[in-house]
Write a protein that binds this ligand. Sequence first.
Ligand code: ATP
Length: 453
Amino acid sequence: MTAKSMEELTSLCKRRGFIFQSSEAYGGMQGIYDFGPLGVELKNNLKTAWWQSMVYERDDVEGLDAAILTPQKVLHYSGHEETFSDPLVDCRNCKKRSRADHIIDGKCPYCGSTELTDPRPFNLMFKTNVGPVEDEESFAYLRPETAQHIFTNFKNVVDSTSRTVPFGIAQIGKSFRNEITPRNFIFRVREFEIMELEYFVKPGTDEDWHQTWVDLRLDWWERQGVSRNAIQLHNVPKDDLAHYSKATLDLMYRFPHGMDELEGIANRTDFDLGSHTKHQSKLGLTADVKSNRDSTVRLAIQDLSTNQWFVPFVIEPSAGVERAILAVLNEAYEIERLENGAERTLLRLPPHLAPIKVAVMPLKRNHEQIVSVARETVKKLQFLGLGRITLENTGNIGKSYRKHDEAGTPMCVTVDFQTLEDDTVTIRDRDSMDQIRLPRTELSAHVTEAIRM
Ligand code: ATP
């Protein structure tokens, strides 16, 4: 089951501390959100799950954490200065601005007027100045994607790791786009994180690798609770392709506001490395005598069978963290009708994504011995390194269960009077609400088994 509306999700996110409007006390900032105590855990867990599958479960991918501030030249040569724009229209009646491709029936989405200007390109990149002097030289951008610094670091990574194709460079990080109309909660925002892999391959093998990455990414989404049935593949028409792309397959997900892009998997060919190489050759930097490379191609790699240098093609699976969180929350969201007619709201998050792994609850909040055993249990579990383990000392077990159902906590452990006699605890499962009794000595193994990916 999923949420019936975006409001259901936004309300849960605020109530339980997942996501807040940024600078809310000052009226908020459109398209900017903050992640609260549960949100930061979910976000970190999701990024870890991506890194796990992209880097740790493979032998052919290196990681990178590059700068956000990007010199103007990088985004000039990458083609972003010229083409990274959306078509903007102004409404002559209400003066609001919209994306031309979001206009339906030629009417302003705010006031319904048909008095709209012709579309004109609006560049989405945020500009800033680096250093105390604001002039042409100090002018820089906040990166609109993480990919460009992967390309500009290509040689550094290859030289320091001795990689040859096929291999990839993975990066997760903040990106900024001055979206004309941010909307649909965290779906379209101006500051967000992207999880990006640039996978370098030999030209000619690129189309097969493209398909391989589509399959791998669909498997990954399934492991995050977003089933194959919830995703549709969209082959982006030639006219809509980004300037760098030969072919792009978008994974479309049924968000509460409708079917929309969750992840893009593009065949960027040798466009980016090629463009940066052209810049290097203009500066006369391409001759690399030490490594005896072809003097016209700096961002190249050697084919070990022929000793030829070539610019690799690149396949790029690129997924926004915020959209991933929205999809994962939506898939996990459920309002369940209980036998007694009451309802409970729960998040059936996969345990490895759950913000809190275990909540330990003393049956009586003021009972010294019970609370002390509960505290000791929490400490023991915390040192397993599985994520957040909390003490929930309200004394109202039923209420605490409901709270943790909404937080997606997979297990609640109750310490009661029997614990003091035989050192056993009750473990209550979030999804089935079944309860089992286990010796405390077996708790660590039980929790580890249940939480690990
Ligand atoms: P859209 O067509 O929705 O504007 P895009 O095709 O421009 O997206 P890409 O450039 O392919 O997006 O970016 C890769 C991924 O980054 C997207 O699939 C999406 O998950 C995420 N993303 C892009 N723009 C935003 C945004 N403004 N807010 C949140 N996530 C975004």
